[in-house]
Ligand binder design. Structure first.
Ligand SMILES: [Zn+2]
Length: 250
């Protein structure tokens, strides 16, 4: 199984984290790879096997995994007693200070974001596609970490996994108009009258504006749409699996 670790987060011994790829899953009916999402017309048994495989590889209990029914919102959910593998909450960000409770965000082009507060021992994940970035889900997540867990931004480390980059993210004029309205023009490159969205530029600026230190932010340089042999890409193939970012307090 090919998985990646953020060098930044890897230096902390009290968390486990990873970003997965397509590699290493069961030879399932539909995807023949490590698809982790149940809602993408894969065989549920295969998806569950992939989760078991990943849990065993990273050393957590699958039953205690909390993933999300992601809806492209900016809803942040604090993990509760009833949240588990069989009962995922509907939201686009999760926060917990509970140990042995892995949090997972699933993506195919959208940004998987992992958060770690080394002082308060709090972790979070967020799903930021275009909508999540436009709605500033990272700010919502950080504000909730601050208000509910007394997190301070200077103690928070952030890793953003592979996502679709400006090279491949062409958008129409209507999105450009929306971007301008939101004062996010800096996040669009215009080339030969075509518009390309730079989600990482938007996310980075939002994180810095919240007070996250630049040296505490780690962004994968890989584009999912340029590397479809390695990552799922929704832009490339509408019907596709999902890879993940996952983080747990030990
Ligand atoms: Zn690309």
């Amino acid at each position: 199984m090919q998985i990646f670790h953020s060098n930044l987060l890897d230096s902390f011994s009290d968390i486990t984290h990873a970003f997965t790829t397509k590699d290493g899953g069961v030879s399932g009916l539909n995807y023949n790879s490590l698809n982790l999402a149940f809602h993408v017309q894969d065989d549920a048994k295969d998806v569950e096997s992939n989760h078991t495989l990943l849990a065993d590889t990273l050393g957590y209990q699958k039953a205690s995994l909390v993933y999300m029914k992601q809806i492209h919102s900016n809803i942040v959910h604090i993990v509760e007693k009833n949240d588990n593998f069989k009962n995922p909450p509907t939201c686009d960000a999760l926060i917990t200070n509970k140990i042995d409770t892995p949090l997972m965000v699933m993506v195919a082009d959208c940004s998987p974001i992992l958060f770690y507060d080394k002082k308060q021992k709090v972790i979070a994940v967020a799903h930021a596609g275009r909508a999540g970035a436009f709605k500033n889900i990272v700010k919502n997540t950080l504000d909730t970490m601050s208000s509910k867990f007394n997190s301070v931004c200077e103690n928070i480390y952030i890793s953003i996994g592979a996502n679709i980059k400006v090279c491949c993210y062409e958008v129409g004029i209507e999105i450009y108009k929306e971007v301008k309205k939101l004062d996010l023009d800096y996040g669009v490159d215009i080339k030969k009258e075509k518009y390309y969205l730079n989600i990482n530029k938007i996310l980075l600026k939002q994180l810095l504006a919240c007070g996250i230190k630049k040296q505490n932010i780690d962004i994968s340089q890989e584009c999912t749409s340029c590397n479809t042999d390695k990552y799922y890409s929704y832009r490339d193939q509408k019907r596709t699996g999902r890879f993940c970012g996952v983080i747990m307090l030990k």
